[in-house]
Design a protein around this ligand. Sequence first.
Ligand code: BMA
Length: 308
Amino acid sequence: MLITRYKNNPILTKDDVPYPVATVHNAAVVKHNGKYIMIFRSHKLNGRSILGKAISNDGYNFKADAAPFMVPATEGVFKEYEAYGIEDPRIVFLDGEYLITYSAYSKHGVRIGLAKTKDFENIERFSLITEADYRNVVIFPEKINGLYVRLDRPHSEISPWSIWISYSPDLKYWGESKLIMKPVQYHWDEMKIGPGAPPIKTSRGWLNIYHGVFPTMDGSVYRLGTALHDLVDPSVIIAVSDEWILQPEEIYEITGYVHNVVFCCGAVPENDGSVKIYWGAADKVMCVGTAMIEELVDHCLENYRSAM
Ligand code: BMA
């Protein structure tokens, strides 16, 4: 098995949150000053989402803050575009600060907001970095060829939702966008795919943990897979693993707020070559598992399908 589920999953649920929420899921996790910081999504009891924060010494036992970390903006340009809630954060550390990308929902659709923080106390909303409709924006943790790079997932009416790449000189203006990876028909990810955790640098390429969706008579199933991107030109995909690396199997993944979902927004590489992979289970609780990074890369290279 590539991913070993932590024995005490789920690691964070609504019962651990001191304010009223219906769910705790789809969280970003980073290491900051030796502690693990989790920024998680919660549905409020009106069905709209906010972001909370929890802290841990070991990456497994988290304690949630007394109050939410980010709620929809009440002023400025963000107010209009976050009115229906903020969801599914991803975080990278770059140039001395943490960049948080999140989905901003409103009557105009879903856009991606970029906020910055140095300490997870003071947050500055920087810019809305897409128009509608985009979700799942992950920024690479370093500039490549002098530019910031992101993977993103625009919605489309005529093509299955796919992974694109875009570049920016300043994090504000993005362009040179290019489609790089598509779902494969009658494959576990045939309906849509989207970036999951921010890419992890390895000697053999950038490891991209993504999610794929398969439609069934009983609704959609969300699973996780991997792709490997060229280190110098990440628009080049070296391989996409033919098999998923994680699927809903445990009871808390099969039933919840939305059944049959494992959804990843964050992974923390460790010095011993392992990675802690975090996933929201059934859109209701947070889970973690561990894998060896080189084994994930081997798995991707051993048996792969085409990127398109
Ligand atoms: C997607 C998003 C995710 C969610 C998933 C499964 O479209 O809404 O936030 O985890 O569906 O419900």
